[in-house]
Design a protein around this ligand. Structure first.
Ligand SMILES: [Zn+2]
Length: 291
């Protein structure tokens, strides 16, 4: 988390929200990204919009009246559905259909930007430079940042790495095709394949997951000519060092091309509001879903 500051330090205040797999988190940040007032609740199985607006009200009530937000950035499971003003992860009904942007905008009364968790993660990881961010949460997601700017794409969702084809005739994916990255490296897919919780995944499958992530990293690095890749999310936390070692082992086989020899692939975890904070601070430099 950023440094705690006294309330008088907060002038250009922005609200940041993360619609996480386990928690809904809301906070206020200053122009340097320091987090002030913050709160969170367990993500409920239903009526999530109700829980979210209640939490936003609570954070606003705890914020001094002169520090109302000028902007709000929200990260959630991608891709963003621009027409809906919400999130529409493939095959997931928990967020689909909820007009998150309108619901929050009504409460906070300022512009609301929506970004996928993975794209927010990439922005948080870029450090002003270029990076490919791969986020392994319930679903695989990510983003590509070039010289500090998040690549958008025609639908503002560049970096949806979930359905990269990495294993012909491989494990079935929720998209209906076989061998996608998500089938090996997304929490829901991993748990579905083992019938166990993530932390009980057998070592052989952790190694396989690392190998598939490495394949994706090598392809992405070659395609984008970006040598720095950061990997985060619940899977990295649960699989720990064995996972990272299997990634590096596979990469050593796949990086004989001269432009891949300096590939810098590492795990990087940030606080829960880091992605939304990066999006809020970068507002104006990326095309996004603002009202
Ligand atoms: Zn797929």
């Amino acid at each position: 988390m950023g440094d705690e500051r006294s309330s008088t330090d907060f002038v250009d205040v922005r609200m940041v929200i993360d619609l996480g797999e386990r928690h809904l988190a809301v906070g206020m940040i200053d122009a340097d990204g320091n987090v002030g007032v913050r709160d969170r609740v367990v993500t409920p199985p239903r009526d999530r919009d109700v829980a979210l607006t209640r939490l936003v009200h609570r954070v606003l009530a705890a914020t001094p009246a002169e520090q109302q937000p000028v902007l709000c950035a929200v990260t959630g499971p991608g891709p963003v559905d621009e027409q809906l003003g919400g999130f529409a992860p493939l095959g997931d009904n928990d967020w689909n259909g909820l007009p998150v942007r309108d619901a929050i905008s009504e409460v906070v009364g300022c512009s609301v930007i929506l970004e996928s968790t993975g794209r927010g993660y990439a922005l948080a990881a870029c450090d002003g430079g270029s990076v490919i961010g791969v986020h392994l949460g319930d679903y695989v997601d990510g983003g590509i940042v070039v010289d500090g700017r998040l690549l958008s794409g025609e639908r503002a969702s560049a970096g949806e790495f979930a359905h990269l084809g990495i294993e012909p005739d491989g494990r079935p994916c929720r998209c209906g095709i076989a061998g996608c990255l998500d089938a090996y490296a997304g929490v829901r897919s991993i748990e579905a394949s083992t019938g166990r919780g993530l932390v009980s995944t057998p070592a052989s499958l952790i190694a396989q997951s690392g190998m598939m992530v490495a394949r994706a990293c090598a392809s992405l690095a070659a395609m984008m000519d970006i040598h720095r890749i950061r990997i985060g999310g619940v899977v990295v936390e649960a699989f720990r060092q064995a996972f990272i070692e299997s990634i590096h082992q596979e990469l050593s086989e796949r990086t004989r091309l001269t432009h891949l020899t300096d590939l810098d692939v590492a795990a990087a975890q940030f606080h829960v509001l880091a992605g939304a904070s990066a999006v809020a601070l970068a507002a104006g430099t990326i095309e996004s879903s603002a009202v």
